[in-house]
Write a new protein. Structure first.
Length: 103
């Protein structure tokens, strides 16, 4: 499974003005996404979006707030969905390994 996460930022003419790539999903990020998903429950929509933006900035540490504000909504949603899918697959693959170890 490929865990590389990418984000491109476009200007008003759809020209790429910044590009971010995280080739690996670090364990700390896994912990952060689990905590974030638990924290988002019961929060207002505004608080949820702010928290997701901060999380994306944790994924790409050089992503400034100003560049984040220029990011395409679908690109942000896709980055977040990719990371969540990777985290969810950890539990799935662990369960499969444990099941195969049971005689």
């Amino acid at each position: 499974m490929q865990s590389s996460i990418n984000l491109k930022i476009y200007d008003t003419h759809n020209e790429i003005i910044a590009e971010f790539n995280e080739p690996r999903i670090r364990w700390g990020l896994v912990e952060d996404v689990v905590e974030l998903t638990e924290t988002l429950q019961g929060q207002s929509e505004k608080e949820s979006y702010i928290a997701m933006g901060r999380f994306i900035q944790c994924v790409f540490p050089t992503l400034t707030h100003d560049l984040l504000r220029l990011a395409d909504v679908d690109d942000i949603k896709n980055c977040f969905a990719q990371i969540v899918a990777i985290v969810q697959s950890i539990g799935t693959s662990s369960e499969k390994k444990q099941d195969s170890m049971i005689p």
